[in-house]
Design a protein around this ligand. Sequence first.
Ligand code: UDP
Length: 237
Amino acid sequence: MSRPRFNRILLKLSGEVLMGDGRVSIDPETTARVAQEIADARAMGHELCVVVGGGNIFRGLAAAAKGIERTTADYMGMLATVMNALAVQNALEQIGVDTRVQSAIPMASVCEPYIRRRAERHLEKGRIVIFAAGVGSPFFTTDTGAALRAAEMKCDALFKGTSVDGVYDADPKKVPGARRYDQVSFNTVLADDLKVMDASAVALCRDNDIPIVVFNIREQGNLARVLAGEGVATVVG
Ligand code: UDP
């Protein structure tokens, strides 16, 4: 299947991608491998924005269910995404890739605040920009943050790195014979409640004509393959 070339992409990684075999929240070896994937995509000439989640460290909704007040829990979750962003920045810098972290919650001693025009300049200079703290408000997720930043930064596509190789009509881990889509419409994803991203993130991408490319980030070299139009993935458009 041939896909269009996407020059500027936003890569959304869930926090769990950094966990490796799951014994520590941020596994340096796994983080280094993910960084290499990102560096390879950069070397292919793509402009890259990255949004990292925080679910490997803290999820607001789960904490709220155990008694932490929801907005406080969500702010804690956003802080977790900043830790992950710094981990990815560190891993990229260790292989010589210039990056900047911009947080939706200003924290001047740690990273830059989110400023769209400044982010644009970083991309022009060939840097990778990592957006942290989601949209900066509770009751949102980093999926929605990723869709919002993709729209603001005029990205050609949102690449969602997951642990499955695309979007299925049922959970492939539970339903034998579940069918993988090569392409599927935004409205089918929303109407059938297919597990791609939050509904608000999908709707934001739909309204701004940003295709979502769902692919398996755990397979080495896959981001570069999918960017080259070769690897297995589902395009939601
Ligand atoms: N969060 C938030 N607002 C945002 C983004 C994130 O409140 O704009 C909080 C929320 O509590 C969420 C946590 O940060 O559970 C971690 O983000 P997310 O669950 O999206 O991470 P992922 O599942 O991608 O690892």
